[in-house]
Design a binder for this molecule. Structure first.
Ligand SMILES: [Zn+2]
Length: 253
């Protein structure tokens, strides 16, 4: 319980750093320097106004200097980071696997919001993740064989889907970024995780994507990036994959 509180608080502060990554990495800015400033007035944010969640609530979502609205995404990312940290702690206990999967979840969180903003998934996360994963898998409940099959299956399946989609419609569907992302997910989850992620990602993507595309009056592919749904599917697999699969096959009898 003490650990859960500690991990949640650490998760909030790490989430605050993830916000910096999401904002600065696509702009090619350093994530370390300079200190955070308000995008409205450029004023440096004081340390006591930079406490995750708390400052946002105290300031009622506005900059102290210029009263410019602060995006609710900042507290959202902080809360998600803390939530993932605690959920993974309950799933894996205080183990090395927990630490690795939390770092991986942070990368997926950053990828998600960069993909939403720019429709790109930076190679440093996908390819970097593949390389890091192949080293770290030693400490994960995934065998080397499964990690390699996961990598090839993940990247291969999506490549096939992209070519198939292009062949059928003459349009480019998903991008190469999604291919590398699913390959990276495969290293950390194994091939079963890849199949689960595609299934779950498509299911949730369709559930949210169709109304979203309808509201924006765009076709499905133009309206939403697929990366966030792959990330979400992968996280569900690592946290509750076995239970979900058991439940599903239970339904089938
Ligand atoms: Zn300001």
């Amino acid at each position: 319980m003490i650990w859960a509180v500690f991990v949640a608080v650490a998760g909030l502060f790490i989430g605050s750093f993830l916000n910096v990554c999401i904002y600065r990495i696509p702009r090619d800015e350093s994530v370390i320097w300079p200190a955070s400033h308000c995008p409205g007035c450029g004023e440096k944010i004081k340390p006591w106004d930079n406490i995750p969640l708390v400052s946002y609530l105290l300031l009622r979502g506005r900059c102290r200097g210029c009263s410019e609205r602060i995006s609710p995404r900042y507290p959202l990312v902080e809360a998600l980071s803390a939530l993932l940290a605690v959920s993974l702690l309950y799933r894996f206990g205080l183990t090395v696997s927990f630490g690795i999967y939390y770092a991986w979840a942070c990368v997926l969180l950053v990828i998600t919001f960069i993909d939403i903003d720019y429709q790109i998934i930076p190679d440093r996360f996908s390819i970097g993740g593949i390389i890091a994963g192949l080293v770290l898998v030693y400490w994960l409940p995934v065998t080397y064989r499964d990690a390699l099959i996961g990598l090839v299956l993940g990247a291969g399946l999506l490549t096939a889907v992209i070519y198939g989609y292009y062949f059928l419609t003459g349009k480019q569907g998903m991008g190469g970024g999604d291919v590398k992302l699913l390959g990276m997910i495969g290293v950390f989850t194994g091939w079963e995780g890849v199949l689960f992620t595609i299934f779950m990602g498509s299911l949730i993507g369709t559930m949210f994507g169709i109304p979203w595309a309808f509201l924006r009056k765009k076709d499905l592919k133009a309206a939403i990036p697929f990366g966030p749904f792959l990330a979400l599917g992968a996280l569900i697999y690592v946290l509750w994959g076995t239970q979900t699969i058991d439940w599903y096959f239970g339904l089938l009898g």
